[in-house]
Design a protein around this ligand. Structure first.
Ligand SMILES: [Zn+2]
Length: 341
């Protein structure tokens, strides 16, 4: 990007009420078959329109094409049984009924490439596409085949690389891997998590990002945050390893979080998507709130490497709130951009 402080969103945006239940995370689709395929395309166009109207620079599909940021991808793979599920604890935090890995995991065909090509055809703005990260994928499954988190992550990394190469060929400018699990399993991140991520981006010439947040604003996550104390220093455990990796961009949760901003110094040299919008509240930030967070971040990120962003996805928020937040993000970035020029 040649524009200073290009804005983007970390992940999902609200879906129209005819496609999925509003303000509901992981809502089932309201359409099926061909109607669903057409409906997702229409929703993508609406979401793109909202982003462009708000002045967002790096746009996405708003995740209108998926029900869940991990399982929608896994549904397209072989070797995973979605019928006979098991209950596991996700990120050591909440129980969920998850699919079971029963055989070799294989990607027989592309998952999101057609959707990404469609987004590409709709805009000349830079586009970002999100995929789940290998560690977060294995944390959303029960593994009855490989019996090793590391081995399964490695298999997923190879599959993600196949998908990422095709997304790049479809014209995606930034491929983002969502790794909220990086905020929980520090030893594994340092031992093999970042290495698996590097396997997933092998051979890519587009930019790559890793999104590491404290999760959606759901109760299990807000309750967990209350246990983290007054200073959230989780990023400190993994930033030195990430700094040495080939990942170009790191997407972080900074607005209303208790992450000490100076931790960003530990990834000096990386581009940083600074979360300047809190997704766990319906209160819309003012442009000044956004500008204030960006100014704090600028102490630790060079201006040409700072990408104003949201903390995480906004699916659970009402449409008008999400749109208000997008506009605030844009206006806040504009304030700081003018101060810098
Ligand atoms: Zn997130």
């Amino acid at each position: 990007m040649t524009k200073l402080l290009p804005t983007s969103t970390a992940g999902s945006l609200p879906k129209p009420s005819w496609l999925a239940q509003p303000e509901t995370l992981w809502s089932p689709w309201k359409l099926e078959g061909d109607e669903l395929i057409a409906g997702k395309k229409d929703a993508l166009k609406l979401s793109l329109h909202d982003q462009l109207t708000a002045g967002i620079d790096i746009v996405s599909d708003g995740e209108q094409t998926r029900q869940h940021f991990v399982t929608t991808f896994i549904e397209h793979l072989e070797g995973v049984d979605f019928k006979n599920r098991k209950t596991v604890k996700i990120r050591n935090r909440y129980d969920a009924s998850v699919p079971v890995v029963v055989g070799d995991v294989v990607r027989k065909q592309s998952v999101f490439v057609d959707d990404a090509a469609f987004l590409r055809s709709q805009t000349k703005q830079p586009i970002k596409w999100a995929l789940p990260g290998p560690m977060t994928m294995i944390d959303t499954l029960y593994d009855a085949r490989y019996k090793s988190r590391e081995k399964l992550a490695w298999e997923f990394a190879k599959i993600l690389n196949q998908e990422a190469r095709e997304l790049e060929a479809a014209g995606v400018d930034i491929i983002q891997f969502d790794e909220p699990a990086f905020n929980v399993f520090f030893d594994e991140v340092n031992e093999w998590g970042v290495a698996a991520l590097e396997r997933a981006i092998e051979g890519l010439s587009c930019e790559t990002a890793v999104h590491i947040c404290y999760g959606y604003g759901i109760k299990a996550n807000t309750d967990w945050k209350k246990t983290l104390g007054s200073e959230w220093r989780q990023y400190e455990e993994i930033f030195p390893t990430i700094r040495q990796s080939n990942i170009d961009i790191v997407s972080l949760e900074c607005q209303s979080s208790h992450v000490p901003m100076d931790l960003i110094e530990l990834i000096r040299g990386k581009k940083v998507m600074v979360g300047a919008i809190d997704v766990a509240t319906k209160t819309i930030e003012t442009p000044q709130d956004v500008a204030s967070t960006l100014r704090k971040a600028l102490q630790f990120v060079d201006a040409d490497k700072l990408y104003p962003c949201t903390n995480c996805g906004m699916t659970p928020l009402p449409q008008w709130v999400a749109n208000g937040k997008l506009k605030a993000l844009s206006a806040g970035a504009d304030i700081v951009r003018r101060e810098l020029s």
